[in-house]
Design a binder for this molecule. Structure first.
Ligand SMILES: [Zn+2]
Length: 163
């Protein structure tokens, strides 16, 4: 019976194939492959596990957060009153003294008081975001004016430098 030299499908080492159907140089290579292929379905089910693992990890991810928030003093400043946050953003937008801005703060204070029902708070929140947007619109020309002021000053300076 003639033998042919062929490379092993597993390790690539050329070997004397005793049979035409032979694919591997040794039982070691054959078992390695059969183990890998038999493991494949197991690996698939394992691939599903991380997905489930991610879901189960979510509560644990929330756990450390809950533990760190009281330890972090900055968190308390961050969770300051809604009215304070609104006031800060309106100040940044130069919209604090607009009519809508003042109303927005009043609404935010009402939400802060916390005496309202959930649906009332939802309505107030909607009103608050509407007022905040209106305040932004009211303040928009001022921001532009301020930007123009700065631009004027810069060009004035440039003119002085150029002289
Ligand atoms: Zn081999």
């Amino acid at each position: 019976m003639p033998t042919t030299t062929r490379p092993c499908d597993e390790c690539g080492t050329p070997y004397e194939a005793q049979r035409r159907t032979s694919k591997y140089c040794s039982t070691k290579c054959r078992t390695r492959v059969s183990r890998r292929t038999s493991k494949a379905p197991a690996a698939k089910s394992k691939a599903l596990d991380p997905a489930g693992g991610t879901v189960t990890q979510l509560p644990t991810a929330g756990g450390p957060l809950d533990e760190t928030s009281p330890a972090n003093p900055n968190t308390e400043d961050m969770t300051g009153s809604l009215a304070e946050q609104v006031r800060k953003s309106l100040t940044e937008l130069r919209a604090l003294d607009t009519i809508s801005g003042a109303q927005a703060i009043r609404v935010a204070r009402q939400i802060d008081r916390g005496g309202d029902s959930g649906s009332a708070v939802a309505t107030l929140s909607k009103e608050l975001s509407r007022l905040a947007d209106a305040a932004k619109v009211e303040a928009a020309p001022r921001i532009k004016d301020a930007a123009d002021d700065i631009a004027d000053r810069v060009s004035e300076k440039l003119r002085l430098v150029a002289q």
